[in-house]
Ligand binder design. Sequence first.
Ligand code: THU
Length: 132
Amino acid sequence: MDYKIKRLLEKAKQAKENSYAPYSNFHVGAAVIGKNDKIYSGSNVENASYGLTICAERNAIFKMVNDGEREISAILVIGDTEEFLPPCGACRQVISEFSTERTIVYMCNKHGKYKKTTVEELIPFKFSIDFL
Ligand code: THU
């Protein structure tokens, strides 16, 4: 396994430990590596007003953006699932905002095995700045 994936996986697993999911009990961790080579991680944070919940991927991405980085080299998402965990639709849109055709998405299962995919594959016909 590529050492960068290993680091992403470790960070995403650690983030998952801090997941706040008392309503769904579905704990998710994500880690992003920016073009700057820095890693940003996040977990899902739920709310008693359910719709205010934020996913792990967006928490990680927004940290990156707040740090001044605008380009995701790779993003990894992990949950306690047997299946490879795919980012939700809202997160796909947010991932696409900060991605290029080179951006890689790793969807992991609870064993740390992963499926590698691209943003193009996850969100074809994306809505982007090109329409504005
Ligand atoms: N969740 C994520 O954090 N990322 C995803 O891509 C899928 C869903 C969270 C949101 C909510 O806290 C819980 O998983 C169940 O939907």
